[in-house]
Design a protein around this ligand. Structure first.
Ligand code: NAD
Length: 249
């Protein structure tokens, strides 16, 4: 298949809201057709599709698929191929966290987090990455977290471990898919999304004091980095922190 076939296409998992939705919009601005994947928030996903098609001259499709389930990832791939025939970018953004005290941590919740954040990323890299390898081009951006590198939050140790696994997957898939496919990882610090909307105000202020820019990121700021990394011709197998200069001291 030729790279010049139709408009480029970006698939972003978990993209009905937050960083994923902002990433869909940044790709649409750059003239990509986009695949909005969701499992819940159907109305939000539909509203995003309308917004994208009203504002930009691209096509947006909705694909309901739980990325932790193998058959559903396969369905996401097949639906995308059916409509767009090509996949230029995959952003593995879907993720969950279940923050609790150690006492309240359960194997069941740990499994849920691993199944979504780590196995979901693995399945999308496996199936969509294999398709990219066959078509001969493509770029994958996995979304980890600063928590996977050098910021420690025992309340989210299960989440942090899953995201450290995402970094490891990034290196192995970069090696496996070289040189046609770039595989990179973006590791955000705190971002103002719905996932953090219940945050205690004192904790929020304390965390801002640990960030040189003294604020959380907006989803758009992470999305712009994701698009930049996805398109960069000489960035490969890299872990890029986007945290405003977060330091624990
Ligand atoms: P969010 O909760 O707003 O969005 C995550 C989306 O993923 C949701 O729409 C959710 O429905 C979807 N999702 C969850 N499980 C899924 C599954 N099995 N299949 C398909 N979709 C699924 O979160 P966000 O803040 O926008 O975060 C996006 C990504 O960035 C996540 O991977 C998160 O871990 C990471 N991240 C976020 C922050 C932050 O401060 N918000 C910081 C570091 C990393």
């Amino acid at each position: 298949m030729s790279e010049s076939y139709g408009k480029k296409c970006a698939v972003v998992t978990g993209s009905s809201r937050g960083i994923g939705a902002a990433t869909i919009e940044e790709f649409a601005k750059k003239n990509y057709n986009v695949v909005i994947n969701y499992v819940q928030h159907e109305k939000t996903a539909e509203d995003l599709k309308k917004k994208i098609e009203n504002l930009y001259n691209v096509q947006a499709i909705l694909v309901k698929a739980d990325i932790s389930i193998e058959e559903e990832v396969f369905y996401l791939l097949e639906e995308t191929k059916k409509i767009f025939k090509r996949i230029d970018v995959l952003v593995n953004n879907a993720g969950i966290a279940i923050d609790t005290t150690l006492e309240d941590k359960t194997v069941d919740n740990f499994n849920k987090i691993i199944n979504t954040n780590l196995i979901g990323t693995f399945l999308c890299c496996k199936y969509i990455g294999t398709f990219m390898k066959e078509q001969g081009f493509g770029s994958i951006v996995n979304i980890a977290s600063g928590n996977a590198i050098d910021a420690y939050y025992p309340y989210s140790m299960d989440y942090d471990a899953s995201k450290a696994g995402v970094i490891s997957l990034t290196h192995n898939f970069a090696l496996l898919y070289a040189k046609e496919i770039h595989v990179n990882c973006v590791a955000p610090g705190w971002v103002n999304t719905d996932a953090n909307k219940e945050m205690d105000e004192e904790f929020y202020k304390k965390e801002c004091n640990h960030i040189l820019l003294n604020r959380f990121a907006e989803p758009k700021e992470i999305a712009e980095t994701i698009v930049f990394v996805a398109e960069a011709s000489y960035i490969n197998d890299s872990i890029i922190k986007v945290d405003g200069g977060r330091r624990i001291c």
